[in-house]
Design a binder for this molecule. Structure first.
Ligand code: AHR
Length: 319
């Protein structure tokens, strides 16, 4: 019985390999369904451009769907990719949980799924073939390490935090990494923490509320992305304080807008999170269709940019 099961599994694997090879030789265009979160930030816009440009350059037919920050729209898009029998599905999940059912549907339809940028929280990790993107916990750690190195003080430091979208991997992980580094130094205290949903408008609105409640008591702003920091800078100026001086600001992404703010002396540091995942994704899609196995996790290489280096680095920034 065991032997015949092994033979059956071997035959199935062989059939998959043979059909993938036949696909590779048929010159048929690979069809990729991609469900994007939305257009909430400068980062997201650069990510979308990178994916569209890389698909065109790789000769891959891209079916692109914008979910406008809603999980239900992403689930609908994935179901429609399944119905259209695309070759590969990739998506950047807006939140971590709630994906099991739709991913099982993709698996039953034998369509491989690649996660880009954000992770999902599922018990069965065979529901996706690979996850490519940043290490968000590490980004949070880097922001804290930079901050403590910059201030180098044992005096009380009052921090306000603008979190990303509730339930999203970057919001959860960046908070975790940041708090982990601060834990041994109790003089660094997060006095207020609220979501700004990764947008400038919400970042400004929440910072206004922080300022109203705490006034000059705030020493530091940690924003989970540059867009919220840029919104908050406006709120700080309107409140009559100097961003980057009266309130030290560290954020994440390293988009061009953050470099402009650093050059203007209004932002102190940005931790890089690269949205340029397009080429890597298309290479992975081609490898998959050629029958290759992808690494389960592909981590993006990233740096930290304090304001002192902003003017020098700015001309070479790609997003
Ligand atoms: O998932 C990456 C995050 O999503 C970026 O940091 C943020 O700007 C974007 O909206």
């Amino acid at each position: 019985m065991k032997k015949s099961l092994q033979v059956f599994a071997g035959v199935c694997a062989l059939i998959t390999l043979v059909s993938l090879n036949a696909f590779a030789q048929s010159n048929k265009k690979i069809v990729l369904g991609f469900s994007q979160i939305g257009a909430e930030s400068e980062w997201r816009t650069a990510n979308t451009e990178s994916i569209k440009a890389a698909a065109a350059a790789a000769g891959i037919e891209l079916k692109f769907a914008d979910a406008q920050q809603k999980q239900e729209n992403q689930i609908k898009a994935i179901r429609s990719f399944i119905a259209q029998k695309v070759d590969v599905i990739a998506f950047s999940p807006v939140v971590e949980t709630g994906w099991e059912t739709v991913l099982q549907e993709a698996k039953r339809a034998k369509i491989p799924v690649i996660l880009t940028d954000r992770a999902v929280n599922v018990k069965d990790d065979s529901l996706y073939v690979s996850f490519m993107g940043s290490d968000f916990v590490e980004e949070g750690r880097r922001a804290a390490v930079w901050l403590m190195g910059y201030l180098h003080t044992d005096k009380p430091v009052n921090i306000v935090e603008l979190q990303g979208t509730v339930g999203s991997a970057p919001a959860i992980d960046r908070k975790r990494g940041f708090e982990e580094m601060l834990k041994p130094f109790p003089n660094y205290k997060i006095i207020r923490s609220q979501t700004g949903d990764f947008t400038r408008a919400k970042g400004k609105e929440v910072m206004e509320a922080f300022l109203k409640a705490e006034g000059k008591n705030i020493n530091v702003l940690f924003a989970h992305n540059d867009d919220m920091a840029i919104g908050a800078i406006q709120a700080i100026e309107e409140f009559g304080l100097k961003p980057g001086k009266d309130i030290i600001i560290v954020s994440i992404d390293a988009v061009k807008g953050a470099f402009e703010a650093m050059i203007a002396g209004k932002l102190n540091c940005t931790v890089e999170c690269s949205p340029l995942l397009g080429e890597q994704l298309m290479a992975a899609v081609k490898d998959l269709m050629a029958g290759k196995t992808l690494p389960k996790r592909i981590v993006t290489n990233e740096g930290v940019y304090p304001a002192e280096f902003a003017a020098q680095v700015f001309p070479s920034r790609k997003y």
